[in-house]
Design a binder for this molecule. Structure first.
Ligand code: ATP
Ligand code: MG
Length: 451
């Protein structure tokens, strides 16, 4: 890292700090924004730490929101952005809710930095004092190491989520985890069971959508996935003796995760696409492994896992559908693909192509060229079908239920059956999607039925 790297405070942050300082308080930008600035990355948001109490902060700014009064946090609104201003916090008993609202025992900056998780997250900055770095966070940034502030075991015992956060920061920054910090993770990994699913989910998503999602391997090695995603451990421990593969299910999964864009749904889909392989594995007489039915069972297991981790329904459904269809290979003719899109649902596209490509690329080189050419052909057919706005559902038919009733059909179940049959015809041949032709077809169906 460049030692001359500067922290460039945004105008609004400067104003907040100066306003507080003018009243005799201390104030600094702190945590992630300082770390990211020093790394030459664009900070996501700017947090400020101050000696002023929440009441004092509120008195100084026109527009504020009590975001986390209990934790001493007030959000100051300025030019359509919000800045979290938090009173210096002290560890332990001082933090709990027994303190009457608005009465704050502000500690010192050093005390506040000491209760932060990692050295790289425990630096503060303002223009008066420059960088305040009490735990050699700069050194760790240079070395590319995630290291606890103070005694790792104590810090992980206080809050077990920090173990997963260590992996998350390693993944976001491409860092490794300090040896002692890593050893403490191995010893205390079981404590993660006490952490809420919501907090685990947030860190897992940040880990997966980072630049180095492969760091999830570290979470496995340190015993963390065993606690919140034991299915991953089973994948890591399942071999694939099959010419298409050169990795265990778990290593294949890691490569597949790395092979899709950093999108939440795509990364989760790759993480779980082969989750049922351990349960579906059979070995034939030649010693070759097969995984029959792993798509269907995988979609089911993925749903259980995502529910358990408290993911929302929309995410869960999208991920599960991609898992369900990741290995579906329709006949690459326009007709075959049209039927597949109807069957699988347009919502799964074009994400499904990214999934299929990453899956193929994470397999052995065996027939890779063929596999990729097939996916290209599949996608090209898909694009043609979509460009031509071909009919893929009952809704898009040139006739609807009322048309059939007007033509003399009895209202009721019969109508739905007829529409489905018409769709079948149109999926065979899109040219048939014209009103007169469909009405004639429907009449023909009826005659056949009645005779
Ligand atoms: P991001 O870019 O994801 O926002 P960040 O470093 O800002 O990264 P946050 O989770 O927003 O991470 O937390 C802000 C700061 O608060 C951290 O930099 C760290 O100093 C402190 N912090 C957050 N969570 C913990 C925790 N569980 N234990 C100790 N300190 C924490
Ligand atoms: Mg943050």
């Amino acid at each position: 890292m460049n030692g001359r790297m500067q922290v460039e405070l945004p105008r609004q942050v400067k104003r907040i700090i100066e306003t507080l300082e003018r009243q005799g308080f201390e104030a600094y930008a702190v945590g992630g924004c300082v770390r990211d600035s020093l790394l030459g990355r664009v900070p996501q948001d700017w947090d400020i730490t101050t000696s002023a109490t929440p009441a004092q902060v509120k008195a100084l700014f026109e527009r504020t929101v009590d975001t986390g009064i209990r934790h001493g946090t007030v959000t100051v609104l300025m030019e359509r952005a919000g800045y979290e201003v938090t009173t210096y916090r002290i560890d332990g008993e001082y933090e709990d809710a027994r303190h009457p609202k608005e009465v704050w025992f502000a500690g010192t900056l050093t005390e506040d930095l000491k209760r932060r998780d990692f050295t790289i997250n425990a630096m503060a900055y303002n223009e008066r004092c420059g960088i305040v770095d009490a735990f050699d966070g700069m050194g760790d940034l240079e070395r590319g190491v995630v290291r606890c502030v103070g005694n790792s075991e104590e810090r992980f015992a206080e809050d077990a989520l920090r173990m997963l956060r260590a992996v998350r920061f390693a993944a976001q920054l491409g860092f490794s985890v300090d040896r002692r910090t890593g050893e403490a993770m191995e010893r205390l990994s079981g404590n993660l069971a006490k952490v809420s699913a919501e907090r685990i989910q947030a860190e897992l998503v940040k880990l997966l959508t980072s630049e180095h999602p492969g760091r999830i391997r570290l979470a496995y090695e340190k015993g963390l996935t065993r606690v919140f995603l034991p299915e991953f451990d089973r994948m890591m421990e399942t071999p694939q003796n099959n010419p298409h593969h050169c990795y265990t299910v778990g290593e294949h999964t890691i490569h597949a995760v790395e092979g899709v864009p950093a999108d939440r749904v795509l990364r989760l889909a790759m993480l779980l696409h082969d989750v049922a392989k351990p349960a579906c594995r059979t070995t034939d007489e030649k010693g070759v492994d097969h995984f029959f039915g792993h798509q269907e069972l995988g979609a089911k297991q993925a749903q259980e896992i995502l529910r358990r981790l408290k993911f929302d329904n929309d995410t869960t459904e999208r991920v599960c559908r991609l898992v369900r269809w990741h290995d579906d290979n329709p006949e690459p003719t326009e007709r075959g693909i049209r039927r597949a899109i109807h069957h699988i649902g347009t919502e799964q596209y074009p994400a499904l192509f990214a999934v299929k490509r990453a899956d193929a690329m994470a397999q052995s080189g065996y027939r890779r060229g063929e596999k990729l050419a097939y996916i290209d052909a599949y996608e090209a057919q898909y694009e043609t079908i979509m460009e031509q706005k071909q009919c893929l559902s009952v809704r898009e038919l040139a006739v609807n239920g009322s048309d059939l009733i007007a033509a003399g059909m009895r209202p009721g179940r019969e109508i739905g059956v007829a529409l489905q049959r018409l769709l079948n015809e149109v999926l065979e041949d899109p040219a048939k999607n014209r009103k007169e032709q469909l009405l004639a077809l429907a009449a023909a169906f009826r005659e056949k039925n009645e005779s």
